[in-house]
Design a protein around this ligand. Structure first.
Ligand code: 5GP
Length: 213
């Protein structure tokens, strides 16, 4: 990680197998950190009941997403269960450059792409307490067809091994506790030398000015 000369926001990437509860944790994090920037993704999947365009996702056609990919307007994108999902680049970069922290709640393929471009991001992997619990949660959620649930469960065990690519593993047993652990991580990350080195520059500049006076 290079030393920064100006304050830059932290890019917090939260992912994990579907059903691990990352959506609920991320919602709680956003409630607890009102200043946390949140990137609304584009997707080609159909809106679910109650979902609003521009709030939950920007709902797009496959052609529109392909155009965005061709124009390099997505920071990352992935095909998840037959649909495209992607993170609009400009919005995220503007927030980070303005010193704001940004949360991305994305799948594992997307997180690994971001890691290549942004190794300085903070990569958090959410896991369920057990695979039985994961299955119970996906069924309880009731938003997916039997076919999709089967596909999700089949990939969950192998997806867990990607945890090795992340910085932190958080077991989602109790949502509130899991969210608080991420807050602790964010607190510590803000003090990393690579993010705070500008303070040293500032102190030295002040000293030079004082010496001149
Ligand atoms: P859902 O259809 O349930 O809203 O999301 C399906 C999966 O796509 C979830 O794992 C979610 O985190 C992921 N996802 C949502 N937005 C993005 C995105 O912008 N990029 C990637 N790579 N995955 C995303």
């Amino acid at each position: 990680m290079e030393k920064t000369v100006k304050p830059q926001g932290v890019l917090l990437v939260v992912s994990g197998p579907s059903g691990a509860g990352k959506g609920t944790i991320c919602q709680l994090l956003r409630d607890k950190l009102p200043d946390l920037g949140y990137s609304v993704s584009v997707t080609t999947r159909q809106p679910r009941v109650g979902e609003v365009d521009g709030v939950n996702y920007f709902f797009k056609t496959v052609e529109q997403v392909k155009e965005m990919i061709a124009a390099d307007e997505l920071l990352e994108y992935a095909e998840v269960y037959g649909n495209y999902y992607g993170t609009p680049r400009q919005y995220v970069m503007d927030l980070l450059n303005a010193g704001k922290d940004v949360l991305l709640e994305i799948d594992i393929q997307g997180a690994l792409q971001i890691k290549q471009r942004f190794p300085e991001g903070v990569f958090v992997f959410i896991v369920p307490p057990s695979l039985d619990e994961l299955s119970a949660r996906i069924y309880k959620r009731g938003t997916d067809s039997e076919d999709v649930i089967k596909r999700r469960m089949a990939s969950a065990a192998s997806e867990l091994t990607y945890a090795a690519e992340y910085d932190y593993i958080i077991v989602n047993d109790i949502v509130e506790k899991a969210a608080n652990k991420i807050l602790t991580i964010m607190d510590a990350e803000r003090y990393r030398v690579a993010r705070t080195y500008f303070i040293i520059d500032k102190i030295c500049k002040n000293k030079k000015n004082a010496d001149k006076e």
